[in-house]
Write a protein that binds this ligand. Structure first.
Ligand SMILES: [Fe+2]
Length: 319
């Protein structure tokens, strides 16, 4: 898989180094102002790449050299930290979304409705899968139980963009991203039709706090505007009949044997963004040390347009 790699210029970002108590709405309401400030210091090529991503054909992009600032210890106890401890990267993250014309969103039942999820190895999740765990987290789409593009279910819409902003890396933790197109290339016409049928059940991911209900009889793929979208989730999808079960096995085999994923061990200052429903992503096993400098990513979800009828407030979707 090809990926465009860009770089933010070296800059002290002095104008952003305030440390004030701020909630998510403050970040949201100021993101366009910060986007303008960021615009003033980046070159034309980078600006065009950022502005063109959301509506363009690329599904994944990496921007290196994003500012970090002074960091406290990785919050492995609570898995959470107030925005004011990470103000510089949080502002840059929102400013990048502002430049890309992507609206940040969160979900009321997930990550306690907060915009930024701190993807850290939480001590209480040691030897578990998931964004706060450290075991291998196999290929998936985030929030696969929500309504994907082209599906008229009445359920809350699934995020379109997933961004990871690395504050501290761990060379052992490898993130992989594959494009859905590359997976579909290896599927037969018949297999695609099975994937489009409503014969799959989806468990809610562990990051939701409401006891993992199951969404029943949904398709694995949708087709909209001549493009495919997916809700594949290795850990949370089940088929309700034999064809569906065979298809899930086939997809797993394709993922293991046929596709060439982007493989990246995120480094501090890396901002990786991909189109959630047009890719699948995973993260390898790694061994946290709980010594203050463990792997730490900030995750932010986004949409092209906020579906206002599902909004709980300016940022949070009902789920
Ligand atoms: Fe994920």
């Amino acid at each position: 898989m090809n990926i465009r790699i860009l770089k933010l210029p070296h800059n002290e970002y002095k104008f952003w180094q305030e440390r004030i108590a701020s909630d998510d709405i403050y970040l949201l309401e100021n993101m366009h102002r910060w986007a303008e400030e960021l615009k003033a210091i980046i070159d034309k090529e980078l600006l065009q790449s950022l502005e063109g991503f959301a509506k363009g054909s690329e599904v994944c992009m990496l921007v290196k050299n994003c500012p970090i600032g002074n960091l406290p210890d990785t919050p492995v106890g609570s898995g959470y930290i107030d925005n004011d401890h990470v103000m510089l990267p949080a502002k840059t993250l929102f400013a990048l979304f502002g430049l890309m014309k992507i609206m940040p969103i969160s979900y009321i039942g997930e990550n306690q409705g907060r915009a930024i999820r701190h993807v850290v190895p939480k001590i209480s999740r040691s030897n578990q899968i998931g964004s706060h765990g450290n075991l291998e987290f196999n290929f998936h789409v985030d929030n696969p139980d929500s309504s994907i593009i082209g599906e008229e279910s009445g359920r809350t819409p699934c995020l379109e963009f997933l961004a990871l902003y690395c504050l501290r890396g761990d060379a052992e933790a490898v993130t992989e991203v594959v494009t859905l197109k590359d997976v579909i290339k290896f599927m037969t016409h018949e297999e695609i039709n099975i994937a489009l049928s409503p014969i799959f059940d989806i468990k809610r991911p562990e990051s939701f706090e409401d006891g993992s209900p199951v969404v029943k009889n949904v398709p694995l793929l949708t087709k909209f505007d001549n493009k495919y979208f997916s809700r594949f989730d290795f850990h949370n999808i089940q088929a309700t009949n034999k064809e569906g079960k065979n298809l899930l096995n086939t997809i797993n085999e394709i993922l293991i044997n046929n596709v060439e994923p982007l493989k990246i061990s995120l480094e501090p200052g890396d901002f990786l963004i991909f189109k959630n429903q047009e890719t699948m992503h995973k993260r390898s096993l790694f061994h946290p040390k709980y010594n203050g400098i463990d792997r730490w990513l900030m995750r932010l979800f986004g949409m092209n347009e906020v579906p206002t009828s599902y909004l709980y407030n300016q940022l949070v979707l009902k789920s």
